[in-house]
Design a protein around this ligand. Structure first.
Ligand SMILES: O=C(O)c1cc(=O)[nH]c(=O)n1[C@@H]1O[C@H](COP(=O)(O)O)[C@@H](O)[C@H]1O
Length: 240
């Protein structure tokens, strides 16, 4: 199955700005084109730089995925998601394992923001986790089974999609439908180090599998030449 979300795959790439300070994050953003990618701000950069950094990126024309993976009681999580919406981010995420009432409270809280609300996405099983890691926290069954179950719960709560690995994308697209967004980290070009990621795919494999958004960090940010690394990814996707 080949899923074409946009005419080119440019806006399907979300660059994870996992940097320890504002300067390298803004330097990379300044070298990137907001018409060709989106940006993700995660726990490290947000904890160090706060909402102003998000505003700076938005001011440069970028859609920002605020990846803080909220996981708390429904009242706290829904308030946090509303704060993200006030910041005008494009996408925000929570952990699906926070459960039905938590996810539903988040979705309901965002209704007040109308069409301008961020996409609300739930993390299923972290792409750094294998079956052995799940067993270590007392969960039997494969990552695929847990991802499928949590994706169904997420869709039943009315969220826009899930974070999963691209390995699970074909089953999820078949089970949950085309409109349910699949956001996939654990993307590794063939020559890149896996690092701590367990469930990985190359960029072209991920698009073929049905991923809507490829979240890519270290293969770009830690490359000797990040722009050349981006270009190589665009070139790989152009062969599809
Ligand atoms: O929600 C996420 O973005 C996320 C979920 C997940 O299951 N796995 C995962 O790697 N991520 C994030 O995606 C990015 C992947 O970065 P790299 O492994 O460096 O490409 C990191 O910023 C992670 O925090």
């Amino acid at each position: 199955m080949v899923v074409i979300v946009s005419e080119s795959f440019d806006k399907n790439i979300v660059v994870a700005l996992d940097f320890p300070s504002e300067n390298p994050a803004l330097a990379l953003a300044d070298a990137l084109d907001p018409d060709k990618c989106r940006l993700k701000v995660g726990k490290e950069l947000f904890t160090r730089c706060g909402p102003q950094l998000v505003r700076n990126l938005q001011g440069r024309g970028f859609d920002v995925f605020l990846d803080l993976k909220f996981h708390d009681i429904p009242n706290t999580t829904s308030a946090a998601v509303a704060a993200a919406a006030d910041l005008g981010v494009w996408m925000v995420n929570v952990h699906a394992s926070g459960g039905e009432r938590m996810m539903t409270a988040c979705r309901e809280r965002l209704e007040a923001f109308g069409a301008d609300r961020p996409l609300l996405i739930a993390v299923t099983v972290l792409t750094s986790m294998s079956g052995a890691d799940l067993a270590g926290i007392g969960l039997s069954g494969s990552p695929e089974e847990h991802v499928a179950r949590l994706a169904t719960l997420t869709r039943n709560c009315g969220l826009d999609g899930v974070v999963c690995s691209a390995q699970e994308a074909p089953k999820l697209k078949a089970d949950q439908g085309e409109a349910f967004k699949l956001v996939t980290p654990g993307i590794r070009p063939a020559s890149a180090d896996r690092g701590d990621q367990q469930r990985v795919m190359t960029p072209s494999e991920a698009i073929r599998a049905g991923s809507d958004y490829l979240v890519i960090g270290r293969p770009i940010t830690q490359a000797e030449d990040p722009l050349a690394a981006m270009e190589a990814i665009y070139n790989e996707l152009a062969t599809l």
